[in-house]
Write a protein that binds this ligand. Structure first.
Ligand SMILES: *[C@@H]1O[C@H](CO)[C@@H](O)[C@H](O)[C@H]1NC(C)=O
Ligand SMILES: *[C@@H]1O[C@H](CO)[C@@H](O)[C@H](O)[C@H]1NC(C)=O
Ligand SMILES: *[C@@H]1O[C@H](CO)[C@@H](O)[C@H](O)[C@H]1NC(C)=O
Length: 352
């Protein structure tokens, strides 16, 4: 119960750095909402902009921004686009030696219209040529043509040019071969909110080592587009969406919803980075990486607690841990994950 109170208190404080104080950490430009990068995608030239989501699966959602202090966002009619000068498409690294500590719905059984979870946001120490992330994924399609959207937080020095933890997403329509990218590094994601944007940094530092945020990826029940929704201060914010047209299989819904942590190391010989908070799930207190209220959206657009008897677990190294359990109270389905990483030898990938 005490930990649930902590969760409520933390979710009440804004996770993002106040843009007034950030000294260029979150530099962004405000672009005309109709002239944002997405519209140069060849399949989106005639795309009709959708400004409000239809996501009945997220009840209680108040999408009004009138009660938000929007001094630091963009003026009406424009949207913020992350303008960190370090970002360059050649830094769009989504490869390397990857590790996972995840749970997922069993593939190929059912159609899902999204997933959501509350997650701890941390700032693990990640060096160049490494990344550490925690995500919700929605996926569909055969391995060779996998359609995937993943969103959550990431520390990714090669992508961002710094060590901040940032709201980060990735999409592909062909298993990362020729389509897709992080954030807005290629045309695809349509930004709608005027102040929360992909690439934005979280307010995490030594005094404030953890935040809590809800991340949801939901298919719109009218247009079929896939929305990214974040929750902070009890306010649910549809950040923007991936139009269904940029996908093939995901157009018809997802067959896998996945939750958890992942790390990448882009040079084989480097030590593997920490995942989650850098602590193993067995460690006491709220220092471990975690997800609570793990839920998915079923084919009738109902938001349902994950069924713990049916979820697949993936943990591929002793350098990280994973504990999936049904917690009491409002946390419902929950998991702890993460660990310190280590040498390539110690972190040798376990057989599935
Ligand atoms: C979609 O969801 C809205 C609520 O956001 C609901 O009113 C509407 O009936 C739903 N439409 C369809 C086609 O399911
Ligand atoms: C990341 O943090 C380390 C110290 O932990 C520092 O040495 C390094 O320069 C930082 N990297 C970047 C890209 O800011
Ligand atoms: C979705 O969940 C609701 C509520 O539990 C249930 O009534 C409905 O039958 C489910 N739909 C599907 C397709 O499983």
């Amino acid at each position: 119960m005490a930990s649930y109170l902590l969760l409520v208190i933390l979710i009440h404080s804004s996770p993002f750095l106040s843009q007034a104080k950030q000294n260029g950490i979150d530099s962004f430009k405000c672009v005309n909402i109709y002239q944002q990068p997405a519209f140069s995608h060849r399949k989106l030239r005639h795309h009709k902009l959708q400004t409000k989501p239809n996501i009945p699966q997220f009840p209680g959602a108040t999408f009004s921004r009138s009660d938000v202090n929007n001094d630091h966002g963009c003026p009406k009619g424009t949207v913020p686009i992350h303008a960190n000068p370090s970002i360059h498409p050649q830094n769009d690294i989504n490869s390397g030696v990857k590790y996972f500590a995840t749970i997922s719905t069993p593939p190929g059984e059912k159609t899902y219209r999204g997933g959501a979870a509350i997650m701890g946001v941390f700032n693990p120490v990640v060096k160049q040529m490494q990344s550490s992330r925690a995500n919700v994924w929605v996926q569909n399609g055969p391995t060779s043509d996998l359609n995937s959207i993943e969103a959550g937080w990431a520390v990714h020095p090669n992508l961002y040019g710094d060590n901040y933890t940032r709201l980060t997403a990735y999409w592909t329509a062909d298993d990362f071969r020729t389509t897709g990218c992080y954030n807005l590094l290629c045309p695809g994601f349509v930004q709608i909110d005027t102040s929360v944007f992909l690439g934005q940094a979280y307010l995490i530092n030594l005094d404030h080592p953890m935040m809590i945020e809800q991340i949801g990826i939901f298919q719109d029940n009218v247009t079929g587009n896939w929305w990214l929704v974040t929750q902070m201060n009890y306010l649910i914010i549809p950040v923007g969406y991936w139009p269904k047209k940029i996908f093939t299989y995901l157009t018809l819904g997802a067959d896998v919803v996945k939750y958890g942590g992942t790390t990448s190391t882009y040079l084989q010989q480097l030590d593997r980075p920490p995942m989650g908070s850098g602590k193993y799930p067995g460690d006491l207190g709220w220092v471990f990486g975690f997800f609570t209220r793990i839920r998915y959206v079923n084919d009738s657009y109902n938001l349902i607690d994950a069924d713990h008897r049916k979820m697949n677990k993936v943990l591929d190294s002793v350098c990280y841990g994973l504990m999936y359990f049904t917690a009491g109270g409002a946390m419902k389905e929950a998991m702890k994950f993460g660990g310190p990483g280590g040498t390539p030898d110690r972190c040798k990938q376990l057989p599935p």
